[in-house]
Design a protein around this ligand. Structure first.
Ligand code: PHE
Length: 383
């Protein structure tokens, strides 16, 4: 074994010179002070206190010193490391406090903010109104029937006994669907006037013809749906609107059945005491045909001749016009393969928008098409 190296002078060990230790300490303190956030401080910590840091290396040098030099060097390095550790802990606490304060501000939740300002919608009142009317008939045993909105001209007009020159066929009422350029799509054969033979249905009555062709009598169907006419959108018109159609074909049906059915409907929708009246009219597909009115459900007719008690709903007329009706024209039955000698039928149809307008005092039809939840919400979530 070699003897201890008495001549070893710690002052000569570069890493353990007091100035060097002080410099390392000051460098560490400066780095901690300069660290702007906890990540930077972590880096400074590794650089100045980690296993490979100059102070740790200096500490390791002590072991190689002669015993008499160890104490002084140990004290020197120990104090420096203690100062560094203290500075690190101090800066760490400072930065953590800063972070906590910042997070409290940045991630603060304002519990006083309203939490329910996302406007919940509601089902559209047109939908609920259509279902409500259809339900009256479903509960009487009627079946719901639907047809296409893009309809063959034949179903929309011909089958319903509209002559080829009937004014309703003209462009001002009917949207004709243009034939596809390549001759396919849009619906096939062109009619005599060069159109495609396909229209956007102008009423729900073509469903009558479809229902009769699909079924054997007795037929009891109710047909709610969207229809189209070339009207501009304004307060009282919309080019897309809704109708509900009713058709009953059976043995021995008369106009009394039609009247009774209408009265039942208005009583179900508007309450006891309601009734309807019929005024002569013309529709190609019914004979006889009538315009149907219902008693004004607000004044019940009592505003008539009473200027002191005017009624805004019916303009003091006492009656509100509802739609058209009649006994199914035998020619329609024949066109749909039903024997008019054996069967008779009645039908009626009316607009849902109009009913919504007077039933709920909606003054502008545009409100019904704009999709603003402020319009639909007050009607609630009726299912
Ligand atoms: N389809 C007619 C219209 O749109 C209404 C109607 C239906 C008339 C059924 C008679 C029978 O005006």
């Amino acid at each position: 074994m070699s003897a201890p190296n008495k001549s070893y002078d710690p002052v000569e060990v570069e890493a353990l010179k007091p100035e060097e230790i002080e410099r390392l300490r000051d460098e560490a303190l400066a780095a901690f002070a300069a660290a702007g956030d906890l990540d930077a401080l972590q880096e400074a910590k590794v650089a100045h206190t980690g296993g490979a840091s100059p102070l740790a290396l200096a500490n390791r040098e002590i072991g190689a010193l002669p015993p008499h030099a160890k104490a002084a060097a140990g004290k020197l390095v120990g104090q420096a490391r203690a100062a560094v550790g203290k500075a690190l802990a101090g800066r760490q606490a400072e930065l953590e406090a800063e972070r906590d304060a910042r997070v409290l501000v940045e991630e603060a939740v304002d519990v006083t903010l309203p939490y329910d300002r996302v406007p919940a919608g509601a089902r559209h009142p047109l939908t609920t109104m259509m279902e409500r009317v259809a339900d009256v008939f479903v509960s009487m045993g009627y079946e719901i029937a639907e047809g296409p909105e893009v309809e063959a001209e034949w179903f929309n007009f011909d089958a319903l006994n509209f002559g080829p020159d009937h004014p309703a066929r003209q462009m001002q009422d009917t949207f004709f669907v243009r034939p596809a350029e390549d001759g396919r799509g849009a619906g096939g054969a062109e009619s005599a006037d060069g159109e495609s033979g396909v229209v956007l249905r102008t009423h729900t009555s073509p469903v009558q013809a479809r229902a009769l062709l699909d079924r054997r009598p007795p037929v009891y169907v109710v047909c709610p749906g969207r229809v189209y006419r070339t009207d501009e959108l304004d307060a009282t018109h919309t080019p897309v609107f809704h109708q509900i159609e009713l058709l009953a074909v059976d043995e021995g049906l008369t106009m009394a059945d039609l009247k009774g059915t209408l009265d039942h409907m208005v009583r179900s929708l508007f309450g006891a005491g309601m009734k309807t009246r019929l005024r002569p009219n013309f529709f190609p597909f019914t004979e006889p045909s009538a315009e149907m009115d219902m008693l004004c459900y607000v004044c019940r007719g009592e505003s008539v001749g009473r200027p002191d008690r005017p009624c805004r709903t019916c303009s003091s007329e006492g009656w509100i016009e509802l739609g058209g009706c009649g006994m199914v024209n035998p020619r329609v039955l024949t066109a749909c393969g039903v024997d008019p000698e054996k069967y008779s039928g009645f039908a009626f149809g009316f607009g849902i928008e109009r009913m919504l307008m007077f039933r709920h005092n909606v003054e502008d039809m545009r409100d019904m098409v704009e999709g603003d939840v402020r319009f639909t919400r007050p009607f609630g979530m009726e299912i």
